[in-house]
Design a protein around this ligand. Structure first.
Ligand SMILES: [Fe+2]
Ligand SMILES: [Fe+2]
Length: 288
């Protein structure tokens, strides 16, 4: 374990403090996940202190830096994730969730550094930096739980499906907003309560407490995604927001939209069933 893992604060270099977009690119280029999470939290704190302009010269890489481990596999090569009482099962679950959160850090940084040609209001940057800060917090909380069971992020293989959505939508901000927060993160709202129930039944209250924090935060992430999807669609003269969302999901999302949906949480995020029910019917009828 390197001593840097326990530094409480990541010192951002001046180059990362020229603008929020430059800071996001800096964090994306950090390979160590703990360092990346701490740098992201430091960037959020700096922005809140009020000195950074949102946009500046930004050298964004196509792919975030990463350590050689975990080994990345195709989603279909990954074993099915089950919540069980065994320690190895708990480690596998926490590892998979940590991987999702690390990808979520990268995705929220990427959206702040990539679409600089669009004149988003400053609130856009407030929202995504809050998301990035939350995801960094989630990663660190889960990594701690993983270590409590004797595991460590990188020990197990992980799937590479999450970044594929980012690559597919690198030129299409509406596609990015349609798929990442409004499909992938919304799916998290559907499945997390089941995980919380199962972990409660086996008495793992510490992990339950972490998942409750994540769940509440994720509702606000889906809400931010929906808000900026609708803002940008209207800017572009679109009036059928649900129809546009459905066509973008069909174009860019490689998985299936699956029931059951957590309708109350989706409502809270402002995602009404008119967005997703018809599309779930469509997916139910096709083979992928
Ligand atoms: Fe998260
Ligand atoms: Fe999130």
């Amino acid at each position: 374990m390197s001593p840097a893992r326990h530094l409480p604060v990541h010192q951002l270099p001046d180059s990362a403090l020229a603008s929020l977009s430059a800071g996001a690119a800096y964090c994306l280029a950090i390979a160590d996940p703990h360092d990346k999470a701490r740098a992201t939290r430091a960037l959020a704190a700096t922005w809140r202190a009020g000195d950074l302009p949102p946009k500046g010269e930004t050298a964004l890489q196509d792919r975030p830096a990463r350590l050689p481990r975990p080994e990345l596999k195709q989603p279909r090569e990954m074993p099915k994730r089950k919540v069980g009482a065994s320690i190895s099962g708990r480690i596998a679950l926490l590892h998979a969730l940590s991987h999702i959160e690390l990808n979520a850090i990268n995705l929220s940084l990427d959206i702040m550094g990539r679409f600089l040609e669009i004149d988003f209001p400053e609130r856009f940057y407030w929202d995504w930096l809050k998301v990035a800060d939350d995801e960094a917090k989630h990663f660190l909380l889960l990594a701690d739980r993983l270590e409590a069971f004797g595991g460590r992020y990188g020990d197990l293989p992980a799937h590479d499906g999450l970044w594929e959505s980012a690559v597919a939508t690198a030129q299409d901000p509406l596609g990015r907003l349609a798929v990442v927060p409004m499909v992938l993160e919304a799916r998290g709202l559907d499945v997390t309560p089941l995980m919380i129930d199962k972990l409660s039944q086996i008495g793992d209250q510490d992990t339950v407490a972490v998942l409750r924090i994540i769940y509440e935060d994720e509702i606000t992430h889906v809400a931010a995604g929906r808000r900026w999807f609708e803002w940008l669609a209207k800017q572009r003269g679109e009036s059928d927001l649900e129809g546009l969302w459905q066509s973008l999901v069909q174009r860019y999302f490689l998985g299936k939209l699956k029931r059951p949906f957590n309708k109350p949480a989706r409502w809270e995020a402002g995602m009404q069933p008119s967005y997703y029910e018809a599309l779930a019917d469509w997916y139910a009828d096709i083979e992928l």
